[in-house]
Design a protein around this ligand. Structure first.
Ligand SMILES: Cc1cc2nc3c(=O)[nH]c(=O)nc-3n(C[C@H](O)[C@H](O)[C@H](O)COP(=O)(O)OP(=O)(O)OC[C@H]3O[C@@H](n4cnc5c(N)ncnc54)[C@H](O)[C@@H]3O)c2cc1C
Length: 792
């Protein structure tokens, strides 16, 4: 629990709430918190996927009626709308005593209250070999990837001529009985062509997949695709009424889908399954959608679970063993009213989970959730038809599909609207200032420091603005810096300055950079800043040696500041350590918002120093990372950026340019610079200055980050763009070049960009091969009156 001083001088407490998993229940929690957050609560969302698939629309996606975007809830933007920090990570453990969530590869996340909504996966350990050869229907995004490959194979097969010798893969079932089978017929298989797609599991997931895949493959041109559903029950859909079962069976018959009942799969081999009666049934794709299983790590946490390893919760959706832990959706089993694992319950539990988490944070009474016994299921059959099921009632038709489609679209629209508020700091202005303002804050108006809410009005300046000694010690205790015997006095010593012995005959390179936080996650912010700051050193061909950190923490409580400092330094040190750079010291202060910078000191052999200028005629220009970070973060501010664009950009930004410098060993580099705030034209113009040569820049060869062009085409640009446009004066063919829609991106400022290098032509391909870089131009002769850059 974080302690802070309120404006009226009372000690108040800030609770740390962690929402683990961005499933259906937590989507609702975030939507409601965006409208009314719990008081004095710091919220962190930890999720493996930033876009959460909505299971109700998955069958419609498989059938080809919805796009990927249509069926995904944007958890990242919902979290932003709720004023929550998002941590993109997959947790694999929990220390319930210390109240710490474990996420591999990043610091533990402390919590006072934890809510878990991480779903389930089909139980692959039912049959040996299933984990090796079967495609589980969940996690959904992995299933979607495999399904798309399957679809591409099918389309390739259709395109290559039909039928052909590969007909077994998707097709002809001449010898396969089309009637529904109760029990397998051992003799049937030997005379039949192998079943192409086998689906193990006859519940709602299995039958929807069978019907929708059949529809999709048929519309892709596959004649009579071969699909077999295997279930160990007497009938398909055993928990539904006979009217529903009859309708589905009829659909199966109409579509030639084979059903094998009363058989469990006992073994899975590479291309065949063995059934309980001994039958060997060949397959080319095996899909697993049996009963739900819980991840192993839950059992190791010490929380009470049901026999299948799911978290046991009471009627308040509260762990029966750990009252500060809540759980909803598939991962939870209600002790007194267990229900099937289904998205319906995950959705229904959302509002109750919201109320109870809020009540726990505000020390108020909890509310009981009483799940219905009968619930409406609408099963899509792929052909814009659906079957309705509730208790003994069944119905079918296009109107059922229209009804389902209406419900699902309305549901998704609700989350889309809530996520849209992500960039404006919430759906409605919060009455709780501590929720409106986040200590890791960005520079945008709404996302400022927590100071206004919780700090005393006046703060000391000068040396008094330093943060407390114990707080710093606490944060540094976990930093495992790179050990270098040349650091004689460093972080391990109590002294106020670092003492470093540099190797003889080297020059020392010094560089510094500093940023305001532009990412909600201090751990990632620390990594991006470190990668960015190292770049100046790498651009000169120097080896970074040690670093000094300067941190400004937004005013807040000690505990809050310690948590942010810890993550920031752990993130920065991860990158520094990876590149064998020792963090030797730094300075921390308090201010209006979080900012962070690093001074990097490096060494270089004076003979091998590379500078910005020095391009030679005939050189090849190479760029080692795609561009577009400026426009993407501008789009993010305007709520126009897709989550996966930003995620991908972030991965590029935390990559240092060390690999490039390593690959340049032995190459006579003419000139190099790192791409940062001026955009590619600004930096190239600096390289060309005084050379009397001309760079020919192949605009279409410049690698772009996913989404950068789309954002730019939509008229989005960084606030630095107008300033960078001044460098246009260096372009010889400006009016012609500006017709290319990539032209504005030539002025896009970069954070932690790649290196722009000029190397002799004969070395260019080696450099490209070793750096993932791209050849983007050449250095040519010029008559003196020509401008320095020509875009081709
Ligand atoms: C093919 C198929 C069709 C289905 N159709 C329907 C249907 O029409 N209607 C219906 O009601 N149900 C349906 N279901 C069942 C439904 O998918 C699940 O019951 C539902 O998804 C459970 O929701 P949840 O919120 O518990 O978890 P999920 O929807 O699985 O969400 C959990 C989220 O948590 C995140 N996560 C998981 N593990 C971790 C971790 N360790 N750390 C961090 N994050 C993590 C993941 O990113 C994931 O998005 C279907 C299932 C299948 C397989």
């Amino acid at each position: 629990m974080t302690q802070f001083l309120s404006k009226n001088g009372f000690i108040q407490y800030m609770k740390k709430l962690v929402l683990l998993g961005g499933g259906h229940s937590h989507a609702e929690v975030l939507r409601q918190f965006a409208m009314r957050p719990p008081a004095d609560t710091d919220i962190t969302v930890v999720t493996r996927d930033l876009l959460a698939p909505y299971s109700g629309m998955l069958p419609g996606f498989i059938a080809g009626h919805y796009t990927y975007a249509d069926i995904h809830i944007d958890i990242r933007n919902l979290a932003k709308a709720a004023g929550a920090r998002i941590v993109h990570s997959e947790s694999n453990g929990l220390d319930t005593e210390e109240r710490m969530l474990r996420c591999p590869g990043r610091p533990d996340i402390p919590f006072d209250i934890l809510s878990i909504n991480t779903g389930s996966t089909p139980a692959l350990d039912d049959a040996p070999g299933a984990d090796q050869f079967a495609i589980p229907a969940k996690p959904v995004d992995q299933f979607i990837q495999k399904f798309e490959t399957l679809l591409e194979d099918a389309q390739g097969y259709v395109a290559s001529g039909y039928p052909d010798p590969d007909a077994e893969q998707f097709g002809s079932r001449t010898a396969v009985s089309v009637s529904t089978k109760h029990g397998a017929d051992p003799g049937r298989v030997s005379s039949a062509k192998p079943a192409a797609i086998c689906i193990v599991g006859g519940g709602a997931g299995g039958i929807e997949l069978a019907l929708t895949m059949n529809h999709r493959l048929t519309t892709a041109g596959v004649t009579d695709p071969s699909i077999t559903v295997i279930t160990d029950s007497q009938t398909l859909l055993p928990t539904h009424n006979p009217g529903v079962q009859k309708r589905v069976l009829k659909k199966f018959q109409q579509r030639n889908i084979t059903l094998i009942t009363n058989q469990s799969v006992t073994h899975v081999e590479k291309d065949a399954v063995r059934l309980s009666d001994g039958t060997k049934l060949p397959y080319s794709k095996l899909i697993w959608t049996t009963h739900a299983a819980a991840p192993d790590w839950i059992a190791r946490t010490g929380m009470e679970t049901d026999p299948d390893g799911f978290i046991l919760v009471n009627d308040n959706l509260q762990s029966t063993s750990h009252p500060n832990i809540f759980a909803g959706g598939d991962i939870a089993t209600m002790q007194s009213t267990p229900r099937p694992k289904s998205g319906v319950f995950a959705v229904r539990q959302g509002p109750y989970l919201t109320d109870n988490i809020r009540a726990a944070a505000e020390n108020k009474p909890l509310t009981k959730f009483d799940p219905q016994k009968q619930f409406l299921s609408l099963l899509g059959t792929g052909d814009l038809n659906a079957i309705a099921s509730k208790g003994p009632w069944a119905a079918q038709g296009k109107w059922v599909w229209d009804w389902k489609n209406h419900i699902d679209q309305k549901f998704m629209f609700m989350y889309e609207m809530a996520a849209m508020a992500g960039m404006s700091g919430g759906m409605t202005p919060s009455t709780n200032p501590s929720q409106r303002k986040r200590p890791w804050s960005s520079s945008s108006g709404e996302l400022q420091s927590i100071s206004g809410a919780i700090a005393p009005e006046m703060h000391c300046g000068g040396c008094g603005s330093k943060i407390g000694q114990s707080l710093l010690e606490q944060a540094l205790a976990e930093i495992d810096v790179y050990e270098n015997p040349q650091i004689h006095v460093g972080l391990n010593h109590p002294d106020d300055a670092a003492v470093v012995q540099y190797p003889p005959n080297t020059e020392i390179v010094h560089t510094v950079d500093h940023f305001k936080s532009f990412i909600d996650d201090p751990y990632i912010f620390g990594q991006v800043t470190a990668a960015h700051c190292l770049s100046d050193c790498y651009a000169m061909g120097a080896a970074p040696h040690n670093a000094l950190a300067t941190v400004t923490l937004a005013h807040g409580s000690d505990v809050q500041q310690a948590a942010i400092l810890r993550e920031l330094l752990l993130g920065a040190n991860k990158i520094l350590r990876g590149d064998r750079v020792t963090l030797v010291g730094g300075h921390t202060a308090e201010g209006q918002e979080l900012s962070f910078g690093l001074t990097i000191n490096g060494t270089i052999n004076p003979q091998l120093r590379t500078t910005k200028t020095g391009v030679q005629q005939g050189d090849t220009l190479i760029l080692t990372k795609p561009i577009g970070t400026g426009v993407l973060f501008a789009a993010d501010m305007q709520k126009q950026a897709r989550t996966y664009w930003l995620d991908n950009a972030m991965k590029q930004m935390i990559k240092t340019n060390k690999q490039t410098v390593d690959s340049l060993q032995g190459i006579d580099v003419s000139a190099a610079t790192d791409l940062t705030g001026f955009g590619i034209i600004g930096h190239l113009a600096e390289m060309m200055a005084g050379s009397n040569l001309q760079a020919r820049l192949n605009i279409n060869a410049i690698p772009l980050l996913d989404g950068a062009l789309e954002c730019s085409n939509n008229g989005i640009a960084s606030t630095l763009y107008p300033q960078n446009l001044i460098a246009e004066t260096n372009i010889a063919n400006r009016s012609e070049a500006s017709k290319n829609n990539k032209y504005p991106l030539m002025f896009d400022p970069q954070t932690s960009g790649g290196l722009l290098i000029a190397v002799p032509e004969n070395h260019a391909h080696k450099v490209v091969a070793e750096t993932d870089g791209a050849i983007i131009g050449t250095i040519n002769s010029s008559n003196n009156s020509e401008k320095a850059i020509r875009i081709i």
